[in-house]
Design a protein around this ligand. Structure first.
Ligand SMILES: C[S@@+](CC[C@H](N)C(=O)[O-])C[C@H]1O[C@@H](n2cnc3c(N)ncnc32)[C@H](O)[C@@H]1O
Length: 281
């Protein structure tokens, strides 16, 4: 699916998605587990890729505290509108969202910025996102992506890009703990979480129902890169197969890139959370 397809789909269903993302019975516990796995420090700069309506933002803000910074990036203006309302309601001065492609986040280490200086890097709407909050946000300590990698044509490439973002951060700026300890070596944390078919005995019985739900909920254009005729032939089986394939690719890449990655399976094996530490470059 192209970023444009995703933007249009999620803008259209932003209100409905927000209800599901916030109030569905299993999601609160899942979001807590995800942020626990990411394990950011107080004072950290955390970037959430494909942040949607901002359902993870309260959990991230709670962990980084007032001295940290949370930045959500998403291609869909509709969901970002909801996220901004959430931020305003809560009165968080250190939580920001910007419209940007998560596979090419407009945040770079100071020596490698899009404009060569680490400053004045703009999002799709022309807003400066490199110096939000008076801090150089290219010093990213942790990256989170929930329910996103299944929508990306190249999940491994995206994970590589996120690891690079974390690895390239300023080694002296890793949370309040860094100020106390004199700074950890660069790098930080990455966590991806999403859904795929279950390989657990009970979950497997429910895989056909899961496949049907994936097909119903999938935004149009999921067969990106495929010729139109083949895309039209693809039904529930191919939609869920693609989701599985992308989950294996994204979670596998986190394992390859992190020295200590671990995966937790929840909800009968349908939800996977993989997190690990990225070394500084
Ligand atoms: C299923 S929603 C998940 C939202 C949020 N992470 C959550 O847990 O509720 C996927 C989000 O990813 C966004 N998205 C899809 N492709 C993207 C891309 N290439 N860059 C940034 N956002 C993207 C969509 O607009 C949508 O808001």
């Amino acid at each position: 699916m192209s970023g444009r397809d995703a933007a249009a789909f999620y803008t259209r269903y932003a209100r409905l998605y927000d209800r599901l993302a916030t109030d569905a019975p299993f999601v609160t516990g899942l979001r807590e587990r995800v942020v626990e796995a990411l394990d950011p420090d107080r004072g950290d700069v955390v970037v959430e890729m494909g942040c949607g309506t901002g359902a993870n933002l309260p959990y991230l803000r709670e962990r980084v505290g007032r001295g940290g910074t949370v930045i959500g990036l998403d291609v869909s203006g509709g969901v970002l509108g909801r996220a901004r309302e959430r931020i305003e309601r809560a009165g968080w001065g250190n939580v920001h969202v910007a419209r940007a492609d998560a596979t090419r986040p407009p945040l770079r280490a100071p020596t490698d910025a899009l404009d060569g200086s680490g400053r004045n890097v703009s999002d799709i709407d022309g807003r400066n996102v490199s110096d939000i909050d008076g801090r150089n946000v290219s010093d990213v300590d942790a990256v989170l992506a929930t329910f996103l990698t299944g929508m990306l044509a190249d999940p491994e490439g995206a994970v590589d890009e996120w690891c690079r973002l974390v690895a390239d951060g300023d080694p002296s700026d890793r949370g309040e703990a860094a100020a106390v300890s004199g700074g950890r070596s660069g790098g930080g944390r990455i966590c991806v979480a999403g859904l795929a078919r279950s390989t657990e005995p009970i979950g497997r019985l429910l895989n056909p129902a899961f496949a049907a739900a994936v097909r119903l909920a999938a935004p149009p254009g999921g067969g990106d890169g495929l010729p139109r005729a083949r895309r039209e032939r693809s039904g529930a089986e191919s939609a869920v197969a693609r989701l599985d394939q992308r989950a294996v690719a994204a979670h596998g890449r986190v394992h390859e890139r992190c020295r200590d990655a671990s995966t937790t399976r929840l909800l009968g094996g349908f939800a996977r959370i993989t997190a690990g530490s990225v070394d500084g470059s």
